[in-house]
Design a protein around this ligand. Sequence first.
Ligand code: FE2
Length: 426
Amino acid sequence: MLDLLIRHANLPDGQTDVAVAIQNGCISAVVPDQLLASAASIKTLDAEHQLLSPPFVDAHFHLDSALRYGQPRVNESGTLREGIALWGMLKPTLTQADIEQSATQYCHWALANGILAIRSHVDISDPSLVAVQALLNVRSAFKPWLDLQLVAFPQDGLLRRAGAQDNLIRALDMGVDVIGGIPHFERTFQDGTLSIEWLCRLAAERGLMVDMHCDETDDPMSRHIETLTANTVRFGLQGRVTGSHLTSMHSMDNDYAAKLIHLMAEADMRVVANPLINITLQGRHDTYPKRRGMTRVRELIEAGLTVAFGQDCAMDPWYSFGSGDMLEVAHMGLHVGQLTSQAQTTQCFDAVTTQAACVLGLEARGLAPGARADMVLLQANNPSDAIRLRATRLAVIRAGQCIASTPPKVAELSLGSQNISVNWRL
Ligand code: FE2
C-alpha cells in the first residue's frame, strides 16, 4: 500500500501524464500514469496535468537581516555601501530573540512558497555571535521541514574587521556549516587575496564547503574570482566552492572573461547570481548607458558550470522588496540575462530548483526513485508557465506529507450576462 499516489502530473523535463508513488517518505516510482492507475494508496492527489516540480531551493539568502524594512531607515542611495552602513547601525540593536522571530516568520513564507532548502549567510562580525546562535536555533526548530544551511559570513571584512578570523572559527565550532568571505570589501586587493587563501586553507583543513560574496562591484578590475578559482585547485576543493554575485564579470574585458570562465569550469566552481538585488544595486555609479550588473549567466552555463539564482535579501537594508518567491527570482534572472529561448527558460527554472540544490550539495533530491519525497505542485503547465505566472503553489510536499497548500488563483468575471472564470493559462 502506497502512502501517497500523485497522478496525471507534468514534470519539468517535459514528461506528461506521469504518476509519482510515495512510500515511507521517499519516492518509490516515477512512471507513465497508466502503469499505476490501479495501485492501492492511502491518499491520491490528482495533479490535473499541472507541473509537479522538485522543491525550490534558495542558494543565497541573509536570514539575520531579513524583514527589517525601514530599520533604521530605507537605503536612499540604493547602493551596497549604504546597505552595509545601515546594517552596521541596525545589528547592534537586535537581540537573539528579535532575529529568531523575524527568521521564523520568513521561514514560514518560504515554506508556503515551496522553498524546502535555504543557504543563509550569517554575519559573524560581532564577537557576541548573537545572530549565529539565533539562526542555529531556527535551523533546529525547522529541521523536519527545511534544510537550512548556514554560512559564516564576515560582513565587515575578514582582515578589515579586528577579531573576524577568531569569530569565524568560533561560529564553525558552534555548528555553522559553510565558510564565507567578502574579498572585495577588504582594504586592499592584496588583503582580499590573503583572505581567500586563509579561508580556503581552513575549508581544506575542516573538510567544509566555501561560499564567498565575491566581486560584488561594477569594477572590471575586481578579479578575486580568479584568485578564488586558483585556490580552489590549490587546496583540492573542486566542487565545494561557490562564487556568489560575481557582478564584476559583467564589466570585464571579453577576452579575459573567456579565459576566466574556462578556468572556473576546470575548477568545478559553483556560481550564484542574485538578480533581484544586483539589478537594483549595480550600475549606481553609471550615468547612461547603465550596466545591468548581473554576472555572465549564459556563458557560465554554456561552459558547463552549475549556476543558481538566489534571492539574497527580503525587506532589509539592501533591498526593500522580496517575499520568498523563487519564481520571482527566476523571472528577474531571465529578463536581466535575456535568457528567453525555450532551453534558457528551463535553465532559469532549474537555477531555483535542481541547480540550486546542487550548490548546497543536495544533488540527490530530485524527482527520482529513492529520493526523499519533496516536491511542489504548481498551478502551471510547464516551467515557462510557472515563471510567467509566478504560479500558485497548490501543494508543498515534504517527505511525502503535504505541509502547505494554497487555493488556485482564479478570478470570476461578470460581464453583463456572461460569467467567465479566468486563470491566465492557455
Ligand atoms: Fe548576499
